[in-house]
Design a protein around this ligand. Structure first.
Ligand code: G16
Length: 549
């Protein structure tokens, strides 16, 4: 087929004003994406921002949620109509976010379109999302997302082929006019990559010892096939180790969000009778992870610190890491490990895209966020399965339990008690009003006492990227106290209904005898100070958070 002979339609449209990508791509309700031309406008804005699609190779895939298959067909037809040279598509339209990043890099593609609303709920009444990743495999940086947004406000027409749907389920290569479509195995490239990083033999030996049991909850999301292939088939964990391993368009009606609230079934297993030694879960698109030991929850911030401290046990990092990076609200547990290792710890705004430059410049090797994300320089996305393999490799090498490893870590470095309180779906005006009122107080807080703590400094976090010097302002309100405790407030950039206020709380306990408290108990006074400072209850009308992790 030649594109000249294809029926390319140019469809007139009018721009939408709400297509600015958030923390991670354009995330909206399915109902929004079902509005006539909504998806097409945004995809055309992506293509227009590429300054010519001719000769370009793009990766395409998503987390399998409702509207994924429809969007794949639309994007294939639009890509061919816009002159894209090649699309590499995950079989059935499936690619986890880390796998998409891996495939972009491996095939030296010009970028990729990932269809996912991550941990948000799915189904016809849930959410959908479209994200553009650049040729380094990472989420588009702000200058690119802003360019896409600018195009979305100007788009007057889009190009699409008038053709029947393609078979996206069969591994095959076919032509659509001048465009080649290669349907690839969704797991193979990714599995080969992680096998090259970790000591699979050492992990297999642990599995074969018969003394180690694991439970992985794929939450009916995209990592099911990856979990079956890697944990069960390759590492030899018995069938049944992966639960909820069949991806469903509505994730079985649940939030595919691996935290203590939404992954409570796994939590009950790990905190129940005859619990396995290790538990883990991943989210809708496979980039998040939660780590549990028997009767033990590892905070994502601690997980980052632990990985950094134990990196020499992992073949890929045994010769050293260049630096570590964490998002601003992530606890400073990793900072103390970095200091001891003599490497730098970077503090970036929330959003994996901010790690891209540091990884590309080899200034950081391992990165992590409090929002259940960790990853490294093997790809440019956070990576749930990689994080779980990292832990399995540590456990196999140290032959200690999760709780022993974490407790020893606290004894050596101190424990950062940490918690995040989310107030979801708050009226947007009220949430912005709260942040504004808090912001107005900041300059007067230094030196003031709250609950026996003295404010060291208070500001609205601003980041200057050390590589390209770009500045990102208004990235969250930080109130630091002189005893190294702190409170952070920010508004989520991934919610789709109202506004979500995130309150992050952290305090440092060096005394090993005081490190085994419940985090909410340990942070009780700080929680009261936060409410006092921000007037959360009175300004939002909420008497408690929706989610506490
Ligand atoms: C996305 C970003 C993360 C960010 C998280 C939470 O994760 O990739 O970097 O930490 O959102 O963002 P917010 O606090 O703004 O809701 P995911 O897994 O949703 O793509």
């Amino acid at each position: 087929m030649n594109t000249d002979t294809l029926d390319i339609k140019t469809i007139a449209t009018t721009p939408f004003t709400d297509q600015r990508p958030g923390t991670s791509g354009l995330r909206k309700s399915v109902k929004d994406f079902q509005k006539p031309h909504y998806l097409e406008n945004f995809v055309q804005a992506i293509f227009n921002s590429l300054e010519g699609c001719n000769g370009k190779t793009l990766i395409l895939g998503g987390d399998g949620r409702f509207w994924n298959r429809h969007a794949v067909q639309v994007i294939l037809k639009m890509a061919a109509a816009n002159g894209v040279a090649k699309i590499i598509l995950g079989q059935g339209g499936i690619l986890s976010t880390p796998a998409a990043s891996c495939v972009i890099r491996k095939h030296k593609a010009d970028g990729g379109i990932i269809l996912s609303a991550s941990h948000n709920s799915g189904g016809p009444d849930g959410d959908f999302g479209v994200k553009f990743n650049t040729s380094n495999g990472g989420p588009a940086p702000e200058r690119v997302t802003e360019a896409i947004f600018a195009h979305s406000k100007e788009v007057q027409s889009y190009k699409i082929l008038a053709l029947d749907d393609f078979n996206i389920d069969k591994l095959a290569t076919f032509q659509v006019g001048g465009m080649t479509v290669e349907v690839i195995d969704s797991v193979a490239d990714y599995e080969a990559l992680v096998q090259s990083l970790f000591d699979f033999d050492q992990i297999r030996a642990l599995v074969n010892s018969g003394k180690f049991r694991m439970c992985f909850d794929a939450m009916h999301a995209v990592t099911g096939p990856y979990g079956h292939a890697i944990f069960e088939k390759s590492l030899g964990f018995p069938a049944g180790t992966v639960r909820a391993g069949t991806p469903l368009e509505d994730f079985g009606g649940h939030h595919p969000d691996p935290n203590l609230v939404y992954a409570h079934e796994l939590v009950e297993i790990l905190f129940g009778k005859d619990a396995p030694d290790f538990g883990a879960a991943s989210d809708g698109d496979g980039d998040r992870n939660m780590i549990l030991g028997r009767n033990f929850f590892v905070t994502p911030s601690d997980s980052l610190a632990l990985m950094t401290a134990n990196h020499k046990l992992i073949p890929a990092y045994k010769d050293g890491i260049t630096g570590v990076a964490r998002s601003m609200p992530t606890s400073r547990a990793a900072d103390r490990v970095a200091a001891k290792l003599g490497i730098k710890c970077y503090e970036t705004p929330t959003g994996w895209k901010f790690f891209g430059n540091l990884l590309d410049a080899d200034m950081a090797t391992i990165c992590g966020e409090e929002s259940f994300g960790s990853g490294a320089n093997h790809i440019r996305e956070k990576d749930g399965v990689w994080s779980i393999l990292f832990w399995l490799n540590i456990l196999a090498a140290r032959k200690e339990s999760v709780s022993e490893i974490v407790t020893k870590h606290w004894q050596e470095y101190g424990r950062n008690y940490y918690s995040r309180h989310d107030y979801e779906e708050v009226d947007s005006d009220k949430a912005h009003g709260l942040m504004k009122a808090l912001d107005a107080k900041l300059s007067s807080l230094k030196g003031k006492q709250f609950g026996g703590r003295t404010v060291d400094f208070a500001d609205d976090f601003s980041y200057t990227d050390p590589v390209d010097q770009s500045v990102s302002s208004n990235q969250g309100i930080r109130i630091h106290f002189s005893d190294e405790s702190r409170i952070v407030f920010r508004l989520s950039g991934t919610g789709t209904r109202g506004a979500t206020i995130r309150l992050y709380l952290e305090s440092l306990e060096i005394d090993a005898k005081k490190q085994s408290m419940d985090a909410q108990e340990a942070l009780k006074e700080l929680i009261a100070v936060a409410d006092d400072l921000a007037q959360i209850k009175s300004l939002t009308g909420r008497d408690k958070p929706t989610v506490i992790t």
